[in-house]
Design a binder for this molecule. Sequence first.
Ligand code: SF4
Length: 252
Amino acid sequence: MAYDPVARHRVIEKNAVRGKLRKYYRFRTDRWYGGIATGDCVGCGLICKFCWVRDSILLTPQGQGKFYDPHEVARKLLSKARKKGIKQLRLSGGEPTVGRSHLLRLLDNLRWEGHLFILETNGILIGSDKSYARDLAPFPFLHVRVSIKGCDRDEFTMLTGSNGDGFELQLRALEYLCNAGVGCNPAVMTSFSSPKKLERLRRRIFAMVPSLMEEFEEEELILYPHVLDRLNRFNLSYRRAFQPGSVPPETE
Ligand code: SF4
């Protein structure tokens, strides 16, 4: 039976958030976006069958990572960025919109630091509550990358096991963010979709917010061994994917 994606995020929140503290399992610098300091959160309310995050981190936040307050997270990200001379920061890993008050305080801590902050999200919590996008609006250095799972409701359910309403919430997140004046873009996982479905989604997003078409991003699987294991476990076949050593530089 398909689960309710919002309710599942709330359950995860109970284990991954304590007041203004949020659990993270690592801080690192990564090559994406031309170099970016990254905090990886514990816990996500979706269960994507292609997720690159290990099951233990994704599904059982109670046994993983450590709680950090927003000030500590800001300090860690800035220190990693400074060491590598990079100006971009992000939250990734699990779902960073879990723990709204932590996230808003973190952004507040970074307000005067002169970095671009990229929030990688599945969009479910933003799409389920218009006020979330409004809360993100006062941070002009923020860009939200909404990672869309599949091209329609059925694909969303097939890829995440969640009910199809989650697909609509992802699109609604983009709409709310745009209406609130928050910089954002759709990043669509296309490895499982036909060109026809992808085109239909493009048209739907264009009809909703035409300006988003300039930043429509297509994302493909990278076949890390643990991702392959996961795909095999769920008996999920893909149409397109990259081998880990052959990701084109323009996608980095
Ligand atoms: S939304 Fe992202 S972090 Fe969550 S399960 Fe899906 S791919 Fe993994």
